[in-house]
Design a protein around this ligand. Sequence first.
Ligand SMILES: [Zn+2]
Length: 124
Amino acid sequence: MKLYYYCSSCKKENSFTTKTSNRFELKEERGLELSERCPRCGMITKRHLNRVHAKPNKLIILLGAVFGVFVAGVLILLILKISFSPILLFLFYLFIPGTFSIPFISWKIADKKASSFNKLLIAD
Ligand SMILES: [Zn+2]
């Protein structure tokens, strides 16, 4: 996931990517303090892991949105192509609103991953 911290020198928000999903794993990987060189001002920032935060992954949300539109499109095409059986039509009309919940669900998943990272702090 992508994690964010503020540079102590230029106060800009920087990010880095890690395979870890919580601060305990991150501590194993990087130690209790993060030291990263700021890509903007070049200063090395030391940040306690509790001051590193996660944000919902926009890529997951975007993929969910694309997938939702795709599924809705396929369903609409099927309705137009398939012989009009009333039961099938009824089923399709039930499913189409469901496809709009795909982006929402993917947003929920991305948000949950980020907030579960942010909630869990490590004790000194
Ligand atoms: Zn900086």
